[in-house]
Design a protein around this ligand. Structure first.
Ligand code: SAM
Length: 279
């Protein structure tokens, strides 16, 4: 098989735990590529050794991408083939690679994606949650205001939401999800494709309580059911903030009532103020 063409960037997914999950085509591309660009050369070496591939590896990651990216594109323009891998799963998805893809496209270098392992989709298909439509969020932003804005925006999106999180931050993230999305049906998918693969199904708060009994270990995907109308009726959220705002407006200036109600329900002050103005 002659899988690899000169001057082409290949995006090669690698296993997320089970080394047998690499595809034949991925192995072929890793064998034939002139350069393998990887996040952590030592990590990728383990996979390459397992596959019996020598491979010319170079590092390409968040901290060197500004210098390494243009160098790789020059190599591609000289006719070398490059296989891009991350530590696990699909490059680009919550992993480095997006900038290299952009640079390659700008330089009219062909980009060929290979299908393969990905934690989000692997978790979704066995979650039991609605998989017809979903939104991949990945890691929440570190900056509090951005995290809040994103979750407020997602709060009324009627599709399954998929998050990534590291074990040492997962409790805090579950608390944040409960705060902004309410106590929805949710699933955690832990250590996918590995020996201790575990799916826990429940609500955000029941899954969170379980984490106090047993400290989270390993890698997790969190899946949360999307918004639906019944949810609104059950929580009574919409009437509650409106009622609250109206009640406050009985004794306070409208702006102050809007500020307090918006703060309590994590809404925009303007939205609450506009609502009060119309009343
Ligand atoms: N590029 C990868 C992909 O395609 O899935 C994701 C890389 S991201 C840096 C790592 C995160 O993916 C972890 O923190 C975890 O949320 C999720 N993840 C990766 N492997 C996993 C596994 N075997 N089981 C559960 N989650 C996993």
């Amino acid at each position: 098989m002659n899988e690899v063409k000169p001057g082409t960037l290949y995006l090669v997914p690698t296993p997320i735990g089970n080394l047998a999950d690499i595809t034949e085509r991925a192995v072929e591309v890793l064998k034939e590529a002139d350069i393998i660009a990887c996040e952590d050369t030592r990590h990728t070496r383990i996979l390459l050794d397992h596959l019996g591939i020598a491979g010319h590896v170079v590092s390409y990651h968040e901290h060197n991408k500004k210098e390494a990216g243009p160098k790789l594109v020059s190599c591609l323009q000289e006719g070398k083939s490059v296989a891009q891998v991350s530590d696990a799963g699909m490059p680009v998805i919550s992993d480095p690679g997006a900038d290299l893809v952009r640079l390659a496209i700008e330089a009219a270098v062909p980009v060929v994606p290979l299908p393969g392992p990905n934690a989000a989709l692997t978790a979704l298909i066995a979650s039991g949650l609605d998989a017809r439509q979903f939104a991949f969020i990945g890691f929440l932003p570190k900056i509090t205001a951005k995290r809040k804005k994103l979750l407020q925006d997602m709060g009324h999106v009627p599709v399954t939401l998929i998050f990534y999180e590291a074990p040492h931050r997962i409790k805090e993230t579950m608390d944040t999800l409960i705060k902004f999305l309410g106590d929805r049906k949710a699933v955690t998918a832990r250590e996918l494709t590995k020996k201790f693969e575990t799916f826990e199904r429940g609500t955000l708060s029941s899954l969170r309580s379980h984490m106090d009994e047993e400290d989270p270990r390993g890698e997790y995907v969190i899946l949360v059911e999307g918004w639906n109308e019944a949810m609104e009726e059950e929580t009574g959220e919409e009437t509650t903030w409106q009622e609250e705002a109206l009640k406050l407006a009985e004794t306070l200036p409208l702006k102050e009532a809007a500020r307090q109600a918006a703060g309590k329900y994590n809404l925009s002050r303007r939205e609450v103020y506009q609502f009060l103005l119309k009343k």
